[in-house]
Design a protein around this ligand. Structure first.
Ligand code: SAH
Length: 219
């Protein structure tokens, strides 16, 4: 077990703040999660650099600045309690579980769904010693959302599809927000924010991003 490089994590948070992440909830959450526990032991020395890292099965953990940007957009959505906490959140693409754990600081309940059995198991193993009561790991196809936890104050996806699955919009609470990478013209991807306000769906397309593809079925 590598020693927790706290100075490295604190430095990562400083760099995120310098890079424009201003929400204290997000900075606190990312300052608390030991990213080095979620990557292969050999990659632990790079865990607090602003870089995406492989997590097995051809998948990657996003770079911290992208995770921070998406979490910030999510928490700045409409639905939170007086303490600034979101209610239930759906995390699509558990991967190694890093983002699910970060979300556990920002939301009352986190439902995190992964379609690759091996990664789902890996996330389970990563989370077991942490004893986090409000993260629920699900093996399933997140393209259908996860109806049992709906309605969600927020839905966040770490894999990008051609279009937004209609189930995500159906399962979003009134006032809730979706953050997801989505296909853009020319094979590129862009970050999309979807707000459900008084029954209307408002979509905003932001900067270009590079996420693994959203795929259907459980493997
Ligand atoms: N948030 C993750 C990043 C994982 S990468 C982390 O912190 O590690 C994106 C993940 O989305 C991959 O593990 C991929 O298998 C998963 N994925 C792709 N399509 C999916 C789907 N339809 N349902 C659930 N997970 C999916």
């Amino acid at each position: 077990m590598p020693r927790d490089p706290i100075p490295a994590r604190a430095r990562m948070v400083q760099q995120l703040a310098a890079g424009g992440i201003g929400d204290p909830r997000v900075l606190r959450a990312l300052g608390a999660v030991e990213r080095h526990r979620f990557v292969e032991p050999g990659l632990a020395p790079q865990a607090y650099e602003d870089t995406a890292l492989p997590i097995g099965l051809g998948q990657t953990i996003s770079k911290p600045s992208v995770v921070a940007r998406m979490l910030e957009l999510l928490v700045q959505g409409g639905l939170q309690d007086a303490q600034g906490k979101l209610g239930r959140v759906l995390d699509i693409g558990t991967g190694c579980g890093y983002q699910a754990v970060a979300l556990s600081y920002l939301a009352a309940e986190v439902y995190s769904i992964e379609r690759l059995r091996d990664l789902h198991e890996k996330a389970r193993a990563n989370l077991r010693p942490l004893h986090i009561p409000n993260v629920h790991l699900i093996l399933g196809d997140g393209m259908a959302g996860f109806a049992k936890g709906a309605p969600y104050a927020g839905i966040i996806a770490a894999a990008g599809g051609q279009a937004l699955p209609p189930q995500w919009i159906e399962q979003l609470a009134e006032g809730g927000r979706i953050i997801a990478p989505i296909a853009a013209p020319g094979g590129a991807q862009a970050l999309m924010v979807v707000d459900k306000t008084r029954g209307a769906i408002v979509q905003t397309v932001l900067e270009a991003v590079h996420f693994v593809p959203l795929k259907s079925g459980i493997v």
